[in-house]
Design a protein around this ligand. Structure first.
Ligand SMILES: *[C@@H]1O[C@H](CO)[C@@H](O)[C@H](O)[C@H]1NC(C)=O
Length: 394
């Protein structure tokens, strides 16, 4: 079969929402026909943009094909709307330019509907060349470091079977996205790499992350302001800072977060397991309807944690309280080992206590030997069912 036919067949079988007629006539745009060279040196920015524009502006379904090889690529914005569904078939390795960048994203997809990004390829952000410019609190030489893959207003799309390595900042970030499925993705960066969140989202709904491994220096998954209907399942996190809702209440005009389910996930030697975090600030929002179920943790420092006292720069004052109302949070069948004495910690807002926190079958052992584990709470209203170890504090 000619490559064209093979690709059309892949498109046909994996892109079910395209009519068969348009799938059969999918055009393939090979970046190699646009002056792009996989020599590991040349910046291929212009060729990639020209190829994207041709694929995106062709009538009907298109395939943007990146054959095997190592391609250096400067920052790019792949903009839609496109004139039909588009498959970005990435089988090569893309390498960012080394060092800090003047722009905040490396590869940015904007206003694209019906996209499928797949192919087993790697996005290598070249983080080790830039992480030392990260320390903006202490270092006048700090520079904005780009996100590896940024999705703005991307809808009805899939990201599957690709790898993000050593991003300079967040690996994958979604903003204003709807109905995006992320599966069989791998995220990899060292445990001490700064601000390298795995998958982060805001103002997005219908985001599903499944069968994904995340090893990085910051949150594995971070669910921020304005997110709803988020499903995280079969995700492995570690090393990393866990799966977080928040932090919330940092910026003015934040939106509610509701409907998040985190199920069948594993954590290995992470700082946190499942965390809800908000600033002790006057910014209000509601964070509700969360399910954490069937989770196994190995040597996690704070396995189950709600922290509404977050105020890293001590600007909040002693009396400050979070104005984020957390409610309807279920923890069910969560077990494993804790590497600190406190396996369950709920520090809720004194102005807006956490409501309807339900815990069923929680079982943790201390990974540092025999000492019994504790739970700690303030301002929590909830109920427990089944076995509880450590003993509940409400
Ligand atoms: C994502 O997965 C859900 C559940 O399997 C499915 O209903 C939805 O159509 C999928 N969306 C895309 C864009 O593939």
């Amino acid at each position: 079969m000619a490559l064209q036919t093979v690709l059309a067949a892949i498109l046909f079988t994996t892109f079910l929402f395209i009519s068969s007629a348009s799938a059969q006539s999918a055009r393939t745009v090979n970046v190699r026909n646009y002056g792009v060279v996989p020599d590991g040196r040349t910046d291929n920015q212009k060729g990639f943009l020209r190829a994207w524009n041709d694929a995106c502006n062709g009538n009907g379904a298109s395939i943007l094909y990146v054959p095997k090889g190592v391609y250096v690529l400067g920052p790019v914005v792949f903009s839609g709307p496109c004139r039909g569904p588009i498959m970005f078939l990435m089988t090569g390795v893309l390498k960012a330019l080394p060092g800090p960048s003047a722009v905040s994203n490396w590869i940015n997809f904007r206003n694209v509907n019906l996209m499928l990004l797949k192919g087993g390829g790697t996005f290598d952000g070249q983080g080790p060349s830039a992480w030392r410019f990260n320390n903006c609190a202490k270092d006048v030489n700090c520079k904005p470091l780009p996100i590896n893959l940024k999705f703005d207003s991307v809808t009805n799309s899939r990201i599957e079977f690709v790898k993000s390595v050593n991003s300079k900042q967040t690996h994958i970030s979604l903003h204003g996205c709807q109905n995006v499925n992320i599966t069989k993705v791998e995220v990899l960066a060292p445990a001490d790499s700064p601000n390298t969140d795995g998958i982060k989202m805001g103002r997005s709904s219908g985001i599903r992350i499944s069968n994904t491994r995340i090893s990085t220096g910051d949150d594995c998954v971070a669910i921020l302001s304005g997110s709803s209907n988020i499903d995280v399942s079969n995700v492995h996190c570690g090393p990393g800072h866990g799966i977080s809702i928040g932090s919330l209440g940092k910026y003015r005009g934040e939106l509610n977060v509701h409907g998040v389910s985190v199920t069948r996930c594993t954590f290995s030697q992470t700082d946190n397991g499942v965390r809800i975090k908000s600033w002790a600030s006057p910014i209000p929002a509601i964070a509700s309807n969360f399910l954490f179920q069937d989770i196994v943790m190995d040597r996690v420092r704070n396995p189950i944690i709600i922290d509404q006292t977050y105020c890293p720069h001590t600007t909040c004052g002693k009396e400050a309280a979070s104005h984020i109302q957390i409610s309807d949070v279920t923890y069910r069948n969560i077990r494993g080992t804790s590497s600190s004495d406190v396996a369950v910690s709920f520090e809720c807002s004194k102005k807006f206590p956490c409501k309807n926190i339900v815990m069923t079958d929680i079982k943790f052992d201390n990974s540092n030997g025999g000492l019994p584990l504790k739970s700690s709470c303030s301002n929590v209203i909830g109920r427990t069912f089944g076995n509880q170890s450590p003993r509940p504090c409400f």
